[in-house]
Ligand binder design. Structure first.
Ligand SMILES: [Zn+2]
Length: 241
């Protein structure tokens, strides 16, 4: 990806597959609209119970290809990255290089500590990346708006996006992570490989869709009042013209 790409949307996850659990449809819609969108994974998921880091990188690139967006995988250590300044500066440098207008973050209250830490690290990096005198590579850049996803039992969302038009692609990208989600008795059982986890993804999207009076929707949370950049983004995503 070129250094001056200037992304419309950057969706950040701690591990490959995090973004696809929550906002694959939003990204597929963005790709359909000709917007510049990308996924940034902080780690390759090398601590995962299933799949090697290499397997997960391959699956992650296939998922991004299905969605039609770019993907970058940083080499932060899974489970062991911290909120120290060295990690923050590396993330700030990526934000300055990619220049996202909207940055989508993990759930700040998720049950996985990496997801909560990734939220805090990225929220701070997004702010400090805009400070011109902060000693960090790149030209200062601060996203116009931050939004974040919900966990498995989220409350009332701030924004809903109708993703019915791209739902099959969205779930194909989710299912591209075979090492994580496939029903394979030869692999060790995990929470996210349980069939109930996938049903939860479907059930939440169906519930959000019932509130939007559409088949499938995805939810986002954000600061209040809702930033204009997010209102405009959703209008662009849902405008078929
Ligand atoms: Zn994760």
């Amino acid at each position: 990806m070129s250094a001056d790409s200037g992304l419309d949307i950057l969706a950040l996850g701690a591990h490959p597959d995090d973004v696809e659990v929550h906002v694959g449809g939003l990204l597929a819609l963005a790709a359909n609209r000709g917007m510049k969108a990308a996924i940034l994974d902080l780690t390759s998921g090398d601590l995962g119970t299933r799949g090697t880091a290499e397997t997960r990188r391959t699956e992650a690139q296939e998922a991004a290809r299905i969605l039609g967006v770019a993907r970058l995988v940083m080499d932060f250590p899974d489970g062991r990255f911290t909120e120290d300044e060295a990690h923050r500066i590396r993330l700030m440098a990526e934000i300055r290089r990619l220049r996202p207008r909207v940055l989508i973050l993990p759930d700040p209250e998720d049950r996985h500590p990496d997801h909560r830490r990734a939220f805090r690290l990225a929220q701070e990096a997004a702010y400090y990346a805009g400070l011109r005198n902060y000693p960090c590579p790149g030209v200062p850049w601060r996203p116009e708006a931050l939004a974040w996803v919900g966990g498995e039992n989220p409350g009332r969302p701030d924004l809903l996006v109708d993703v019915s038009a791209v739902w099959e692609r969205r779930m194909a990208a989710f299912d591209a992570f075979g090492s994580q989600f496939a029903q394979d008795p030869s692999l060790p059982p995990t929470r996210i490989a349980h069939p109930a986890f996938r049903r939860g993804v479907l059930g939440r999207a169906m519930h959000w869709g019932s509130l939007r009076l559409c088949d499938w929707a995805e939810a986002l949370w954000c600061e209040r009042p809702v930033p204009l950049a997010l209102t405009r983004l959703l209008a662009r995503l849902e405008d078929p013209s």
